[in-house]
Write a protein that binds this ligand. Structure first.
Ligand code: ATP
Ligand code: MG
Length: 300
C-alpha cells in the first residue's frame, strides 16, 4: 500500500515541483515504484518530466471532475518505475466545477484508492495556494512534506500552513502526519542561508530532514530538458541531495514499520504536529526577522 505524501507550501517558488520530480525519480531509481500526481494547473511537474503541452492529453481534471478511472490517465515516464498523472491549465476549472459536488474534498482520495497498492510511494505536487486542489491532496495523504527556501522571510506563511494542517486533522483527515520539513536552495557560501537553516532547525527540531537541497544550477536547468536531475546530471550536488533525501524517506518509512508510530507523533523528542504549530506560531510572531538577525538560540 503506497505511502501518499503531499508536497505543499502555499508560498510560490520554494521547490515543491523540483522536489516532487526529483524525489519521485530518486525513489523509483531505488526500486520503489512511485506515482507522481501533478495537482497544479501550472503543469510544471508534467513539463519537467518531458511532456510538453498537449490539449489532447487527458489529465487529473478528467479524474476529478469526470470520474475517469485514474489508470487511464496515468502515463509512464522515462524513469523505470515512475509514473505520472499529468495536469494542465484545465485543472483550474475543477475547483469551480466541484463546488457543488458532495464530498468534493475527497475526489482525489477516492480516485487514488483504486491504484494505491501498485506503488510504494505516491507524491502529490500541490499548487502554491490552499485551495480545493490542495485540500484534495491533503485529504488523500498520509503525510505532508513542506519545502522551505533558505532565504529571508523563510517562515512567512508557514504558520498559516500549519494552522490549515491542524484544522484538516480535526476535520477531513485525522491521520495526516508531517513527513518532514525540507530545506531547499541552500547556499553554504552565504551567512543568511546558514542562519535561516539554523533557525529552522531550532524551531522545528527533528521534523527537519537531515538532507538539505543546495542551490544548484543543474537542478534549475534539468526541467527545460524534460529530465529529472538523475538523468540530466547524476554527478551534480543536486542529484546527490535528492538521492540522499529518498534514502531518508525510505529509512523513515522502515522506522515507522518498526514502531508502528507516525513520525509526527513519536513523542516529545520529535514533537508532534502541535509542537510544530507552536514553533511556527512563535516563528510567525517574530515577523520572520529572526532569519536575518539571528535569534541567538540557534548556535548548535
Ligand atoms: P510554484 O509555487 O510556482 O509551484 P515551486 O514551489 O513548485 O513553485 P519550483 O518550481 O520547484 O518551485 O522552483 C522554482 C524555481 O526555482 C524553478 O525555476 C526551479 O528550477 C528553481 N529551483 C528549485 N530548486 C532549486 C535548487 N535547489 N537550486 C536551483 N534552482 C532551483
Ligand atoms: Mg510547482
Amino acid at each position: 500500500m503506497a505511502r501518499i505524501i503531499s508536497i505543499a507550501n502555499q508560498k510560490g517558488g520554494v521547490g515543491k515541483t523540483t522536489t516532487a520530480v526529483n524525489l519521485g525519480a530518486s525513489l523509483a531509481a531505488s526500486e520503489q515504484p512511485t506515482l507522481i500526481v501533478d495537482c497544479d494547473p501550472q503543469g510544471n511537474t508534467t513539463s519537467s518530466l518531458g511532456f510538453p503541452k498537449d490539449p489532447a492529453r487527458r489529465t487529473l481534471y478528467q479524474a476529478l471532475v469526470l470520474d475517469e478511472p485514474i489508470e487511464r490517465i496515468t502515463i509512464d515516464t522515462q524513469v523505470g518505475g515512475l509514473q505520472l498523472i499529468p495536469s494542465d491549465k484545465n485543472l483550474v476549472g475543477a475547483t469551480v466545477e466541484l463546488v457543488s459536488v458532495e464530498r468534493r474534498e475527497y475526489r482525489l482520495k477516492e480516485a487514488l484508492q483504486k491504484v494505491q497498492d501498485r506503488y510504494a510511494y505516491i507524491l502529490i505536487d500541490c499548487p502554491p495556494s490552499l485551495d480545493l486542489l490542495t485540500l484534495n491532496a491533503l485529504a488523500a495523504s498520509n503525510s505532508v512534506l513542506v519545502p522551505i527556501q533558505c532565504e529571508y522571510l523563510a517562515l512567512e506563511g508557514v504558520s498559516e500552513l500549519i494552522d490549515t494542517l491542524m484544522r484538516l486533522r480535526r476535520t477531513i483527515n485525522p491521520a495526516l502526519g508531517i513527513e518532514g520539513i525540507l530545506l531547499t536552495m541552500y547556499d553554504d557560501r552565504t551567512t543568511l542561508s546558514k542562519q535561516v537553516a539554523a533557525d529552522l532547525r531550532s524551531f522545528f527540531g527533528a521534523q527537519v530532514f537531515e538532507s538539505v537541497i543546495p542551490r544548484n544550477v543543474r537542478l534549475a536547468e534539468a526541467p527545460s530538458h524534460g529530465m529529472p536531475i538523475i538523468f540530466y546530471d547524476i554527478h551534480s550536488k543536486g542529484a546527490e541531495s535528492y538521492i540522499q533525501l529518498a534514502r531518508e524517506v525510505i529509512a523513515n518509512a522502515q522506522k515507522r514499520v518498526g514502531t508502528g508510530v507516525e513520525r509526527a507523533d513519536t513523542g516529545t523528542a520529535r514533537g508532534g504536529l502541535a509542537a510544530v504549530a507552536a514553533a511556527a506560531g512563535a516563528a510567525g510572531g517574530d515577523d520572520g526577522g529572526s532569519s536575518g538577525s539571528g535569534s541567538g538560540n540557534s548556535g548548535g
